[in-house]
Design a protein around this ligand. Structure first.
Ligand code: S3P
Length: 171
């Protein structure tokens, strides 16, 4: 691990494996794992779906950006962001300008990502997944931001353990 990296931020669309590979990566590094959505849900006492419902997507994005800015202050942490977090300018700026942060993009074809999300028990907790007409558009417009990551891992066909190993190899 190069001494100048003290924080890894996982980005990628829903179903990319941020929350499954993230804890394994943190374990390998002896760092803490944090999931921005889980922290937000714990703090507000509401699920992501309830926050979307109550605040609208714009309100959710503001809360999401605020908690990410806070969590991003930490060191020796693997931080998983929700798939849409990079839609917010301030979060993109935070990731590109901060020292010590290695941004890792977990990628897979959209059809694979959708299939993974649907095979998970909590499929209904992802409001964006229900918006099928705009899903492909969102995926493609986000790619330009995801692709700015320092490291990209193609996760298609890989277990979470292998994804964590591949990230370790690239640090
Ligand atoms: C979203 C992704 C979700 C969550 C929210 C919105 C998105 O996180 O933040 O449902 O806009 O793609 P995951 O990527 O962890 O599923």
């Amino acid at each position: 691990m190069p001494r100048e990296i003290f924080r890894i931020v996982l980005v990628g669309f829903m179903g990319a494996g941020k929350s499954t590979a993230g804890p394994l990566l943190a374990e390998r590094l002896g760092w803490e794992f944090m999931d921005a959505d889980q922290c937000l849900a714990r703090r507000t006492g509401q699920t992501i779906a309830e926050l979307f419902e109550g605040q609208g997507e714009a309100g959710f994005r503001e809360m999401e950006a605020t908690i990410i800015a806070e969590l991003h202050e930490r060191q020796e942490v693997v931080l998983a962001l929700g798939g849409g977090a990079i839609e917010t300018d301030s979060t993109r700026r935070l990731l590109s300008e901060s020292t010590g942060t290695c941004v890792v993009f977990l990628n897979a074809p959209l059809a694979v990502l959708i299939e993974r999300c649907e095979s998970q028990p909590g499929a209904a907790v992802r409001p964006i997944l229900q918006q099928r007409e705009t899903l492909s558009e969102r995926f493609h417009s986000r790619l330009q931001h995801y692709e700015r990551a320092h490291v990209t891992i193609d996760t298609h066909g890989l277990s979470p353990e292998t994804v964590a190993d591949r990230i370790m190899d690239r640090l």
